[in-house]
Design a protein around this ligand. Structure first.
Ligand SMILES: [Mg+2]
Length: 392
């Protein structure tokens, strides 16, 4: 049975948390003196919002079929991504069969290649692709994981990202990933503070619990190598996104120079099969961490995951809630998943994309079984103040 054709594509912008999870109020751990590439400027060191990390807001993409069924997705990209979706990408969907995902992706990517390739444009493409998968699932009355080949395990197992790995351990997670607070510009004193924080957490969680540092592109090779070796004493499991995503050569050397047993991870801000091919062929890391809302969507993540699998590299997607969960559960080289602790003090489990999704599942005791609701299994919360900046 052919599916109903696509009638309309709409793009909205929403402020206040959700998929743009950096868009939080004051006093949140996610904006508490976290090391970034901008930390070299003292005036931008204390708050990431000070340099504009939340300037874009959430992008919501809705795709409606002629029978009235609506698929949707949320990602980041805000107004400029909404412009690209409405003015450029919508033409490749409206009037089309929604199952033509490969052709639609190809046309979205190559029609924007002259100004796209990575970053914002690929965020927009990802949002459309995720909404398309949600629509197909809803039209077929199947969850997305079933469209992707089905579950390879019964439930998801999570580590937690946030300021309190000690509390995450009590909540049943298998590990805790902390933001690194001090970058190279804060010198030896900053390095000492970073290690003290790790030591404090190690003392609280015991020997076996995983502890990781997320460095959010803030370091240079020398600092990252030094941090890795000193952190090895406290059993750091992995060092994440230590360098600029453009510095493939640096990642290659960091992986070579890292202490035995410590994993080098990256890819959160990488995009497409071509970007991940660089990371994989140059042997830059032990785990790739694509964000399905930023790397090109499900259609592209299939290709990225297969490349990683062929190299024996794990693929543990960055955050992204249900959009990651439906993928991870279908993949042998994604044995666990990330959960972002979005409670301001990282002291309780709350839905990652709150308040934008209705029915967003959360781990209980660090585990989650996915239900069989169609699509990604969530609905759009229409009470969040949807703004459509470029109606057609
Ligand atoms: Mg990260």
């Amino acid at each position: 049975m052919p599916l109903p054709l696509i009638k309309a594509v709409r793009a909205y912008v929403v402020r206040g948390g959700g998929a743009d999870y950096h868009d939080q109020g004051e006093g949140h751990w996610i904006d508490d003196h976290i090391a970034t590439p901008m930390s070299r400027y003292p005036e931008y060191r204390q708050s990431r919002q000070s340099f504009g990390i939340n300037v874009l807001g959430t992008l919501v993409v809705e795709i409606e079929a002629v029978d009235g069924t609506i698929g949707f997705a949320v990602t980041t990209g805000g107004e400029p991504a909404a412009y690209i979706v409405e003015k450029h990408l919508a033409r490749f969907l409206e009037g089309r069969d929604p199952t033509e995902v490969e052709k639609i992706w190809d046309q979205m990517y190559f029609s924007t290649q002259y100004y796209g390739r990575k970053g914002l444009v690929v965020n927009a493409i990802s949002g459309v692709d995720l909404a398309l998968y949600d629509l197909i699932g809803k039209l077929r009355q199947e969850p997305v994981y079933a469209l992707l080949g089905g579950k390879v395990r019964d439930e998801l197992t999570f580590y937690a990202t946030g300021a309190r790995p000690d509390l995450a351990k009590e909540m049943g997670f298998i590990g805790g990933k902390m933001p690194l607070h001090h970058g190279p510009a804060e010198g030896e004193e900053g390095l000492r503070k970073n290690l003290e924080e790790l030591e404090t957490m190690r003392n609280r969680v015991g020997e076996d619990f995983w502890l990781m540092f997320d460095c959010w592109m803030s370091l240079d090779l020398n600092y990252a190598t030094k941090l890795a070796h000193k952190a090895h004493e406290y059993g750091l499991k992995w060092i994440e996104e230590a360098l600029s995503p453009d510095d493939y050569w640096g990642y290659r050397d960091l992986k070579k120079n890292a202490p035995p047993g410590m994993l080098v991870t990256t890819g959160e801000h990488e995009a497409t099969r071509w970007g991940f091919r660089m990371l994989l062929e140059m042997e830059c890391c032990d785990i790739i961490q694509p964000d399905v809302g930023w790397c090109g969507g499900v259609t592209e993540l299939i290709k990225i995951a297969n490349l990683a699998d062929s190299k024996g590299v794990m693929m543990i997607p960055h955050g992204s809630s249900v959009y990651s969960y439906h993928f991870v559960i279908t993949r042998h080289n994604s044995p666990f998943a990330e959960f972002l602790m979005m409670a301001p003090k990282a002291d309780e489990v709350v839905p990652m994309f709150h308040p934008q999704l209705i029915g967003e599942p959360v781990p209980v005791n660090g585990k989650l079984k996915l239900g069989d609701a169609p699509g990604f299994g969530v609905e759009l919360n229409r009470d969040v103040g949807l703004h459509r900046p470029y109606p057609r």
